[in-house]
Design a protein around this ligand. Structure first.
Ligand code: SF4
Length: 201
């Protein structure tokens, strides 16, 4: 049986406490605040970005900069608000100077994201950056957030979300241990079974 919204919230708070103490990779030395993620613990829709930027690092919240404003606008256009979704990043601590995440950092932080997906059990996971997309779906969307033309593509992608949210759940979400085992056996990490969209590459 699925956990209640309150149970999910409590387990996420416990995971958040763990992330606050985390020293599994060197990024804990340079971060201002860890950015665990925010939103509805019982959300059907989850967004996953790459890593916190400067403003996120200062506030400890995901997608509060320019990308966050665009995300809010796109959500509003399909009748959703931030409170309806859960937003997280692959890395919970900011890479200095917004450099690309290193493979070792992704490896160290990945279990937190997989645990978030397992706890929240979203119907749809939308990835918001190249590394997040690579991690969760293995694909490489070419669109860039800073290209004005991409807004229309994003709008079209977001327009598909309400329909995806109506679809029946494809099956249980595997645990991070199960994903790790599958990775060791098959050589690549299988994505969670939720529907996935890759935006903001
Ligand atoms: S990026 Fe992740 S693994 Fe590295 S210190 Fe931050 S929370 Fe820990």
């Amino acid at each position: 049986m699925s956990a209640t919204a309150e149970e999910r919230r409590q387990q996420l708070v416990e995971l958040f406490e763990e992330v606050k103490r985390c020293e599994k990779c060197p990024l804990h030395e340079t971060r201002t605040k860890p950015v665990f993620g925010a939103g509805n613990a019982d959300a059907d829709l989850m967004f996953v970005g790459e890593a916190p930027g400067a403003e996120e690092d200062r506030q400890g919240l995901p997608f509060v900069g320019r990308a966050g404003q665009l995300l809010n606008q796109m959500l509003e256009e399909i009748g959703l608000a931030r409170d309806d979704v859960f937003i997280a990043n692959v890395l919970k601590s900011r890479p200095p100077g917004n450099r690309d995440p290193l493979p070792l950092e992704i490896q160290a932080c990945e279990p937190y994201l997989l645990e978030q997906v397992r706890l929240i059990e979203p119907r749809v996971v939308c990835t918001l950056g190249n590394f997040a997309t690579k991690l969760l779906s293995g694909s490489h969307p070419a669109a860039a957030l800073r290209t004005p033309a991409v807004k229309e593509t994003l709008r079209a992608d977001f327009a598909t979300i309400p329909d995806l949210l109506q679809r029946p759940l494809p099956g249980p979400i595997p645990s991070s241990e199960e994903l790790k085992e599958a990775e060791e056996e098959g050589g690549s990490t299988p994505p969670p079974p939720s529907d996935q969209l890759g935006f903001f590459g």
